[in-house]
Structures are given as structure tokens and as C-alpha cells.
Design a protein around this ligand. Structure first.
Ligand code: ZN
Ligand code: ZN
Ligand code: ZN
Length: 369
């Protein structure tokens, strides 16, 4: 699998005139070799020459963490008194063009640029993004497993099994985090819990706000499930619930618009459809109901080894969806100081049509707990 992925990267490097691929901190590294770099001041780097064997340069004290895959890459531990930048610069050989991991620390890149003043650097995502955005059947199975795991949590939220009234957002967020792990994830990526007017901020940080009857609660949460091969796949779901017996009419009406808009975008997400048309499908409906200026973000983002990756479901992305693209469909409506709502599923474009990996109820649940 890793060899295949690296070969695909080498093909793209050849097409783009890139001589060497340099992967460090970030999701590219585990995707291509099953190892995740520690985000520390000692550099880790997979050096992938277009026409040569890959070498993982790793701090000596972390070398025992590496699952050896000699058919994929050699391991070159560096000791405390060695200069790893010089070592990497040497492994780059005669490369005149390098693609470097987007999330590699800029400090390392600055050092590399002065060690290799003649080399032109570009983002690794120009090589890796398109490869990663097309999932094979095994990857989709793993995304489905992660999605089903957060579905189970959303179901408990909707059925009132997770107490809400009188608890703070932070307490509910911590509970969602524990359940994300209990459901088989290895890592919690986020657990947004936003009550009442706080939900008008799409990326609200759960805080000391106490959840009360007579308001809506937005929960957006997900994690990463890491497989035996060292590669992790992400979940990401948003559901809103109404806390207390009688949902506010204005909120209910807006939610009906959101629900329809989200379903329309999922339906639109067929193979061959430009990504921006999926965005338009939800945006047109929300705009028609008068909430256009309150839908302040794109409709979705790709998901895989990273919670946000290509393809982005946004106006301006004219690239047609291809079978194996996996992405969120998550329109929202946000009225400052009053309320906010978002409805999010992970969807896969398949030859048989869009498949929603999240299947838990999409209606506004009324929770009296
Ligand atoms: Zn977000
Ligand atoms: Zn989300
Ligand atoms: Zn999302």
C-alpha cells in the first residue's frame, strides 16, 4: 500500500517537474509511510527522491518508535551532535525542485532554504493533495467506521442519554471527548459545544456557559481512528438539539430550511459535479429563505487522514467530484447574539451516487434532560 502510494506521488512529481518530496510533521507522512512525526524541535523528515529510494531521517531517540518497512523506506537516525539539515540537504542530491510538507515547521524550511539556496521549494500538497483526496474502498470503510462511531454518540445526544440542562458547555464537550475515545477513536480532534447565542460563532470554544431549557445546543465533534498500519482516519459530525420541551418557532422554521439545504447538497454530490455546485445547492436554498448572509462559510471540506483536506466544497472550486472523494456537507445559519445552527454529514461520491456515511437522524431532536 505505502509503496503504491509513493509510486503515485513519484508519477505526479515527474509530471510536475519535482525532484524530491520532503515530508515531516503532518498527515502526509503517515499516509505515505505509516509513521507520524513528533511535533518537536528535533526534525523528522521522509526524503523521497523522484528517482531513488526513500529515507526517513529521524532523531535517534525516536528511532525505536518507527515501524520498519525496509521495502518502503530506509531509516537514518541522527544523533544529538549531528546536523540533520545538512544530512537532509545531502539526501536531496542534485534536486533543483523540492516539494515540502505544508505543515512542516517554518524554522526547518528556513534552514533548508539556506542549506539549498539553488533549490526551488513548493508545497507538498501540490503533489499529495490530489492523491489523498481519492479514497480507495479500504479507506472508505475506515471513514465509515469512524462516522458510525460518532453517529452512536449523536444518537445518545438526541435521545437525552447525555445530560445537558444545568451543565456547562465545557462539561458536555469533555463528555463527548470521552465518548469519542470509548467509541474506538485514538484521538479527539475537537468537540465544539455551543449553547444558545454562542452557536452563532461557528468555531465557538466550549466554555463555562451553563446550558438551560429553552435554547438550542450545537455539537460538532470528531476524532481520528488509527489503524494497525499507523494511518488514521477522521470523523466529523454536527447535530443540533433543542433543550427543553417547546422549540422556538423561529428556530424550528430556520432549521427546516437548513435540513432541506443540507439534503439538497448531499443529493447534488454526484460524480462529475463541480464541487462548487454542491455548495450552490445548499446556498441557494438558504438564500431563498432569506438567510443567505447568515451562511458565512463554505459548504464543506474533504476528510481523510486529516480532518480538513481536499476537495473543498466552495464557490470557485470547479473541479468535478470523482468517485472516492470524501467530504463534509455542513451548511449553517448564524444570527449574531441570538442563535446558530449547522448540520453536518460526511459524504462519499461513488459511481452509484452520493453515500452519506453519517446516518443518524437529521431532524431537530427535542431533549428534556
Ligand atoms: Zn469547522
Ligand atoms: Zn464538524
Ligand atoms: Zn466539518
Amino acid at each position: 500500500m505505502f509503496t503504491q502510494r509513493l509510486n503515485r506521488a513519484r508519477e505526479k512529481m515527474a509530471a510536475d517537474g519535482v525532484d524530491v518530496l520532503l515530508l515531516s510533521v503532518g498527515a502526509d507522512l503517515p499516509y505515505f509511510c505509516g509513521y507520524e512525526a513528533m511535533p518537536l524541535e528535533r526534525i523528522t523528515m521522509l526524503v523521497v527522491p523522484r528517482d531513488g529510494d526513500a529515507t526517513l531521517v529521524v532523531p535517534a531517540l525516536e528511532a525505536s518508535r518507527v515501524v520498519r518497512r525496509p521495502e518502503v523506506f530506509a531509516v537514518r537516525p541522527w544523533s544529538e551532535t549531528e546536523d540533520p539539515i545538512a544530512l537532509i540537504a545531502t539526501l536531496m542530491g542534485s534536486a533543483s525542485s523540492a516539494a515540502v510538507g505544508d505543515q512542516m515547521w517554518s524554522g526547518f524550511l528556513v534552514d533548508l532554504m539556506s542549506a539549498r539556496p539553488q533549490t526551488e521549494f513548493r508545497r507538498a500538497s501540490s503533489i499529495t493533495g490530489g492523491i489523498r483526496s481519492v479514497k480507495d474502498a479500504a479507506e472508505i470503510d475506515r471513514l465509515r467506521a469512524a462516522s458510525r462511531a460518532v453517529d452512536a454518540i449523536a444518537e445518545r445526544l438526541q435521545s437525552g442519554e447525555i445530560p445537558l440542562i444545568g451543565r456547562t458547555e465545557a462539561e458536555v464537550s469533555a463528555e463527548l471527548g470521552r465518548q469519542i475515545i470509548d467509541e474506538g477513536h485514538d484521538r479527539v480532534n475537537f468537540a465544539i459545544v455551543a449553547a444558545g447565542e454562542n452557536a452563532a460563532s461557528p468555531h465557538h470554544e466550549a466554555g463555562s456557559r451553563v446550558i438551560a431549557e429553552g435554547e438550542a445546543l450545537l455539537c460538532d465533534f470528531g476524532g481520528t481512528m488509527i489503524g494497525d498500519d499507523g494511518v488514521g482516519y477522521c470523523s466529523d459530525i454536527t447535530r443540533c438539539v433543542w433543550v427543553g420541551p417547546r422549540p422556538d418557532r423561529e428556530y424550528l422554521e430556520a432549521y427546516a430550511v437548513l435540513h432541506e439545504a443540507q439534503a439538497a447538497a448531499v443529493t447534488a454530490a454526484t460524480v462529475g459535479t463541480p464541487a462548487q455546485d454542491v455548495d450552490r445547492a445548499s446556498r441557494e436554498r438558504i438564500a431563498a429563505a432569506g438567510f443567505g448572509s447568515y451562511f458565512v462559510h463554505r459548504t464543506g471540506h474533504g476528510i481523510g487522514v486529516e480532518a480538513h483536506e481536499e476537495p473543498y466544497i466552495v464557490e470557485g472550486n470547479t473541479a468535478p467530484l470523482v468517485a472516492g472523494n470524501a467530504f463534509s456537507v455542513e451548511p449553517g445559519i448564524y444570527i449574531l447574539d441570538r442563535w446558530g445552527m449547522r448540520l453536518e454529514d460526511i459524504v462519499v461520491a461513488t459511481e452509484a451516487g452520493p453515500e452519506s456515511l453519517n446516518i443518524v437522524d437529521h431532524h431537530l431532536a427535542v431533549v428534556e434532560a
